[in-house]
Write a protein that binds this ligand. Structure first.
Ligand code: GLN
Length: 544
């Protein structure tokens, strides 16, 4: 069985299309189906690797090292199917391959056009995901943008053709819209009617409507929407505002029987639903006690999406550890202006300070010295610290400068001429000038030493996590670092690269060169995030 579900959106952007698509995926997995998720991005960038986190949010990295849109992160948190290059389709990729084929004479002299050539390329990429694994039951395709956008038209046309060719039960259209509330508390359905009309003009009659609304729509409103959009009342669902967490949305849709209606429309026999992990997660969420304040010291602090997976992983850890995690976003540049980190981070700070520090990944010089200050402060005050990628490199720079006394200790990313390049490019990368593909990207193996915090977290020596970085712990300084007490606790299998450092005589100070945030789920928190938050919680409780 190969079925397709196309998820589109209308009225306005940021309605939570990704979360809606993922939640539907979670429900279908709960019914025992094998689900694959695909994102179609109408932008012309070939991938998200070159996009600024300030504008576009984080770059999500898959096992195979593809740098994708952060929507794939949503899929990974809600569903369990594999994600790779094939699951992210951008206009840039589509045009790139059509143009390459044209240059190679692949179109035999014909005129190459948006329809059929671009749309055929989109279709074949979507169908390739369905064919990748013979076990795949359903492919959920999220179409980025809003109906009416010029850029989304080829993707919607490809969806229309697949729906037309597959037949009614084999391909569905799910459309997400907004029901705004106007003064006086009245809910307005008109934008939704227009949005569905825009879909119909493109030849797609939505089968399922999911309406974002402040409250659950009543029967009368749903009937009215159904009448004006050519749909059945029981195919109109509400994604209403909640004050818990987005991870409750699969259960909210389940209560409205979204999966049952979808399965019925696809002619799939309704199997028993198992959503135990989701209910158990919500029970833990509801019984959280107390809170910890985590200072995230980074450079892209204004846009929440820039560290999306890190924030989500902290949230998952809080669920697992039974404590609420408050995010305290600190622009590291602020720590550069003052020589007392204590005034910003410590108990005397205006907001009461933080209970733990996390320095996430990042690129470029700005704010680095502030991060080094945050690390030194956490080390000296025995505050739990978690460094991810750049955050680990910062630990090593701090150790070089403040423990070994090398004032010029630095990464060659920030100071090429330093006498103590404690973080540097791999020797064999030294001459590479083209920044295109020189990064260590994607899944690789790390081996942990026993008797370490990293081993305690994963409970096994062989760890598989994803990387996205160019610079490495410089091996020429290993001896000095170890002799002065820094613990090097995990390595690549050949021992050649340092993957984890830990502070001695410290409750929990650990940095990893990889990105554990990408594999964290609400129903299965990343082990390192879980232990970091547990250390913060325990230290706070002990202080009382
Ligand atoms: N800029 C650093 C490097 O390239 C760290 C990258 C990261 O934190 N993702 O090695």
């Amino acid at each position: 069985m190969n079925k397709f579900i196309f998820v589109s959106g209308g009225v306005c952007s940021s309605l939570g299309k990704g979360v809606a698509a993922s939640s539907l995926g979670a429900l279908l997995e709960g019914r025992g189906l094998n689900v694959r998720m695909v994102k179609c991005d109408p932008y012309i960038n070939v991938d998200a690797g070159t996009m600024s986190p300030y504008q576009h949010g984080e770059v999500y990295v898959t096992d195979d090292g593809t740098e994708t849109d952060l929507d794939l992160g949503n899929y990974a948190r809600f569903t369990s199917g594999p994600l790779s290059r094939a699951n992210s389709i951008t206009t840039g990729q589509v045009y790139e391959s059509v143009i390459r084929k044209e240059r190679e004479g692949g179109y035999l002299g014909r005129c190459v056009q948006v329809i059929p050539h671009i749309t055929d390329e989109i279709k074949s990429r979507i169908q390739a995901v369905a064919k990748e694994d013979s076990e795949t039951d359903v492919v959920i395709v999220e179409i980025g943008g809003t109906v009416g956008d010029i850029e989304s038209i080829p993707f919607l046309e490809a969806a229309r053709q697949i729906i037309h060719e597959s037949g009614k039960t084999n391909a569905l259209s799910v459309h997400l819209t907004l029901i705004p509330e106007v003064a006086g508390g009245e809910l307005k359905t008109k934008p939704t009617q227009h949005s569905v009309k825009a879909m119909q003009e493109l030849g797609i009659q939505p089968d399922i409507l999911i309406c974002r609304a402040p409250v659950k729509l009543d029967e009368g409103t749903r009937r009215k929407i159904a009448l004006f959009t050519n749909m059945e009342t029981d195919a109109v669902f509400t994604s209403y505002d909640i004050d818990t967490t987005i991870y409750e949305i699969p259960l909210i849709f389940f209560d409205q029987k979204l999966d049952q209606v979808v399965l019925k429309k696809m002619g799939v026999e309704c199997r028993h639903s198992d959503l135990k992990p989701w209910y158990a997660m919500m029970d833990k969420f509801r019984s959280q006690q107390g809170k910890v304040r985590i200072g995230i010291v980074g450079k892209y602090m204004d846009l929440h999406d820039a560290y999306k997976s890190v924030y989500e992983a902290l949230f998952h850890a809080g669920i697992e550890d039974g404590v609420k995690v408050e995010l305290v976003k600190i622009d590291s540049a602020r720590l550069e202006e003052t020589d007392t980190a204590d005034g910003i981070l410590g108990p005397r700070a205006a907001d009461g300070g933080v209970d733990g520090i996390l320095v996430p990944g990042g690129f470029g010089q700005r704010g680095i010295n502030g991060m080094v200050r945050a690390a030194a402060w956490a080390r000296n005050n025995k505050i739990p610290y978690f460094g991810i990628c750049l955050g680990m490199q910062v630990m090593v720079i701090d150790w070089g400068r403040n423990v070994l006394g090398w004032d010029d200790a630095d990464s060659t990313e920030f100071d090429r001429g330093t006498g103590h390049p404690v973080i540097s490019l791999l020797e064999d990368q030294m001459d590479i000038k083209d920044y295109g593909a020189t990064m260590r990207l994607g899944k690789s193996e790390t081996v942990a030493e026993s008797g370490t915090h990293i081993m305690e977290a994963y409970k096994e020596r062989n760890i598989w996590e994803r990387h996205r970085h160019r610079y490495e712990f410089a091996n020429i300084f290993r001896k000095d670092m170890i002799e002065s007490g820094l613990r090097l606790t995990a390595f690549t299998p050949d021992g050649g690269l340092v993957e984890c450092v830990e502070w001695p005589d410290h409750p929990w100070g650990l940095g990893v060169q990889f990105h554990p945030e990408f594999k964290s789920k609400p129903t299965a928190a990343s082990p390192l995030f879980r232990d970091f938050i547990a250390a913060v919680r325990d230290r706070k409780q002990a202080q009382r």
